[in-house]
Design a protein around this ligand. Structure first.
Ligand SMILES: C[S@@+](CC[C@H](N)C(=O)[O-])C[C@H]1O[C@@H](n2cnc3c(N)ncnc32)[C@H](O)[C@@H]1O
Length: 236
């Protein structure tokens, strides 16, 4: 039977290496990477230049590269254990041990992925330095929003009204960073937002999609964790 994620294990601190909590993820990741897979297939095009600010172990990278061959692909990560895995898996990408909050080459890219472990409306102050720099460049953006999890406290009957209001608020917030939300894919506890630069669409409602599909393809990273990460010692 599918093991459910628990609230306790679902959210990590931003600074925590993805490797340390990868094994606690299950349904959430099946949904998250199904959305990333969809975005890779429907939004991205070959030869785009892609920047991933919080690279982790590179699962989002996997779904990007499954669909397209970027002409430039840069991944930022701060932990050596993740960086080692990224270098092994993506030898043609530029893997940098660099802080996403101070990286200043954003204008080179067509797409920027922000998949931080605590991004949400309540944490905007923390991420403002990144958004201020993104505001000045041309890139489209994909952001994982974990603030959406608060909807688990709102009665499902109210979601039809409340969820569009929530994303309309995001639309107003991102306008201040010269970004227009086009799509919001949400599950019971997170959302993934797609943003472009089309200011003529600032008044167009966000395409809000409740996401039900799942993929278990990301689990190949769990298998690697069992073997190579721990020198062949199998986890119990
Ligand atoms: C949610 S995980 C990323 C998952 C990844 N995008 C994926 O799909 O596999 C967040 C990662 O950001 C890294 N991180 C935290 N703070 C960072 C920073 N300031 N700059 C770059 N990476 C950071 C953490 O080490 C962690 O591995």
């Amino acid at each position: 039977m599918e093991k459910k994620d628990t609230k306790k294990s679902r959210y990590a601190k931003l600074e925590t290496s993805q490797i340390s909590y990868l094994g606690t993820r299950n349904k959430t990741y099946c949904q998250k990477y199904s959305i990333m897979d969809f975005i890779g297939r429907t939004k991205l095009k070959d030869s785009t230049k892609i920047l991933e600010l919080f690279g982790g172990i590179g699962i989002t990278s996997f779904f990007i590269m499954k669909s397209i061959t970027p002409s430039k692909h840069t991944i930022l990560e701060i932990h050596d254990d993740c960086i080692e895995r990224l270098n092994e898996r993506y030898p043609n990408s530029e893997i940098l041990k660099e802080d996403a909050f101070t990286f200043d080459r954003m204008e080179e890219y067509d797409y920027i992925f922000i998949d931080a472990a605590l991004f949400g409306q309540g944490r905007l102050d923390k991420f403002k330095p990144i958004l201020d720099r993104i505001a000045k460049c041309k890139a489209e953006v994909i952001i994982t929003d974990l603030g959406f999890w608060k909807f688990s406290f709102v009665k499902k009957e109210k979601w039809a009204v409340e969820v569009p209001i929530y994303f309309a608020k995001w639309k107003e917030i991102f306008k201040t960073f010269n970004l227009n939300i086009t799509d919001a894919f949400y599950t019971h506890d997170f959302a993934i937002l797609c943003l472009d630069r089309d200011s003529t669409k600032y008044t167009t409602p966000v395409n809000v999609v409740c996401w039900e599909k799942e993929t278990s393809e990301w689990r190949v990273f769990l298998e690697e964790r069992k073997g190579a990460f721990f020198n062949g010692v199998q986890e119990k």
